[in-house]
Design a binder for this molecule. Structure first.
Ligand code: BGC
Length: 557
């Protein structure tokens, strides 16, 4: 590593770019993105001005759930490359001053994991079965599932197996796809195996882990039924499926492992939790001896409305402060409708009482893309001005919309099948990134079809095209990120709300920074000589600039 970033606590203010490896860039012309493709385009991320990348799972996997079905936690999917490629990526990213976070999937493995195959081959009650959650079924012949828990992807969370002797047998738990059996976190083997996985990657130089579904893993003992009328929702408070007290000791154990690396040149390693939970529950994970940081999805969930965002921001900051943690802000990721399209919907807020519903609620409703684009530009100005860290999902920097018209036969998300073709799932935000050229596949090889088809009207949104346009999303993102690095008021810290009308968010940060976002019909007048950046070119009269509806501005105060 030539120059390694060393600031401790870097995660408190970092801007992290999410790479979805299958869709980022393809180096070997097979239509699937890969690690060499990421290496070849690290210059795009360095020029963008982010501090770190988070790479969605790159492990060997049958890809039943986009790689969130891991069959070997200590290797690389051959479609993506080799361990040597991963090492090269980490060291080349570090040389550019970029940290690297990878994805840990601890709630479940793939059914192709050797330990699950061992479990299927072993007898009920064996140590091999105890690494997963096997139970006898209910009913005279065990023909009914052990309880009424539903899978996030639709249908029951239980699957019956055929025992090695050919008879119908026990059931195993799978919160997600049937091919993703849940680990049993009461098994010492599982605990020790994940310690080994963490050390394996920390020793190779990765800076941290994103913990997939960090509020699952541990289930209430006895696996009690949900009340008949309960939604599967992760946000609905007490549930035997989610957010159990037994998570705390696991998080403390992992924190101790990350802290063991404090004396290395890179400093201690970090964790970011993925957990769709209300603030008060979420921030318990961020107590000083537990995890470092967490995605705060409240911004993503909020409708494009001043009152809703104001409440979300105020409550988020207070909750994080109560445990001494820094907040983060998220507009999108590989599971959610892209912001440009979401903000162009009549109802832009998400209903997370059912975690599989958010994308379903948007499919098939009209999108005002022009309005969505305007709002998404203002939204990132708000996001990057708030205290704490921020996440950018690949393509947000280009203003890519959701691809809402993928043909049925192109869909990969297991949600599509498991919902009986009622929920089109999350493929629309996972379409490959357009790099260059005027027609699909935009810089991907024409020799192979990209794994998801690319739209024909994306010529304007390629990296190449946006680089040449000073009014593009890319130009805006670069300006904001450069300012964020240079301006001591931005990143971790505090903010103060200024008096403003109900339809305006107006806040200051010290030293000398002010952000205004206008959600309403009445223009907000500002001193044009103090403008640092604006989401669109503001209409200006003498030294007065007007911030219109769905526009934002950063000012020197
Ligand atoms: C990931 C999803 C995945 C699920 C199961 C998540 O929350 O972000 O993409 O389907 O976990 O692993």
């Amino acid at each position: 590593m030539t120059s390694s970033p060393t600031t401790n606590d870097w995660w408190t203010s970092a801007v992290v770019y999410q790479v979805y490896p299958r869709s980022f860039a393809d180096s070997n012309a097979d239509g699937i993105g890969d690690i060499r493709g990421i290496i070849d385009h690290l210059d795009h991320l360095a020029a963008l001005g982010v501090d770190a990348l988070w790479i969605s799972p790159w492990y060997p996997s049958p890809m039943a759930d986009g790689g969130y079905d891991v069959s070997d936690y200590c290797d690389i999917n051959p479609d993506f490359g080799t361990l040597a490629d991963a090492d090269a990526l980490v060291s080349q990213a570090h040389a550019l001053g970029l940290r690297v976070i990878i994805d840990l999937v601890p709630n479940h493995s793939s059914q192709e994991h050797p330990w699950f195959k061992d479990a299927l081959a072993a007898a009920p009650g064996s140590m091999e079965r105890d690494r997963y959650i096997f139970r006898d079924g209910q009913g005279d012949n065990g023909e009914f599932p052990p309880n009424n828990w539903p899978s996030v992807f639709g249908g029951s969370a239980w699957q019956r197996v055929t025992e090695p002797n050919g008879t119908p047998g026990q059931w195993y738990l799978h919160f997600f796809d049937v091919s993703q059996p849940d680990w049993n976190w009461e098994s010492p083997d599982v605990l020790e195996e994940f310690d080994r996985v963490l050390r394996f990657w920390f020793d190779r130089g990765v800076d941290g882990f994103r913990i997939d579904v960090a509020n699952s893993m541990v289930k209430e003992s006895g696996l009690p039924d949900l009340p008949d009328d309960a939604a599967i929702g992760e946000l609905v408070g007490d549930s035997p499926m989610w957010d159990q007290p037994g998570l705390a000791p696991i998080q403390r154990r992992w924190r101790a492992i990350a802290d063991d690396y404090a004396d290395t040149p890179q400093g201690p390693r970090m964790f970011v939790a993925e957990a769709y939970l209300p603030h008060d529950r979420l921030v318990r994970y961020l107590e000083p001896d537990r995890l470092h940081t967490s995605f705060n999805f409240e911004f993503l969930i909020s409708a494009w409305k001043a009152s809703s965002l104001r409440t979300t921001i105020t409550e988020s900051l207070a909750a994080h402060e109560s445990v001494g943690a820094s907040a983060t802000w998220v507009l999108g990721n590989h599971d959610n409708f892209r912001p440009v399209s979401r903000y162009g919907k009549e109802i832009s807020g998400l209903d997370f009482s059912n975690p599989s519903a958010p994308h379903a609620q948007f499919h098939g409703t009209p999108t005002d893309v022009a309005r969505g684009r305007l709002r998404a530009r203002a939204a990132v100005m708000l996001e990057l001005a708030l205290p704490g860290g921020a996440y950018i999902y690949q393509g947000e920097e280009l203003g890519l919309p959701e691809v809402e018209d993928l043909p049925d036969e192109a869909l990969h998300d297991p949600t599509w099948e498991r919902s009986g073709h009622t929920d089109r799932g999350r493929d629309g935000c996972r379409v490959p990134l357009p790099w260059s050229g005027c027609a699909a596949p935009y810089g991907w090889s024409a020799n192979a079809n990209t794994w998801l088809p690319m739209p024909n009207n994306w010529a304007e949104w390629t990296v190449e095209s946006e680089q040449q346009d000073s009014t593009s999303f890319l130009a805006l993102y670069r300006t904001l990120l450069a300012e964020r690095r240079a301006n001591p008021a931005l990143g971790a810290g505090t903010m103060t709300w200024n008096e403003s009308g109900d339809e305006v968010l107006d806040f200051s940060r010290e030293p000398g920074f002010r952000c205004i976002v206008n959600f309403g019909g009445e223009d907000v007048a500002v001193d044009a000589t103090t403008v640092i950046a604006s989401s669109v070119t503001l209409s200006t009269h003498g030294t007065t600039a007007l911030v219109g509806r769905d526009q934002a501005v950063w000012l020197r105060a």
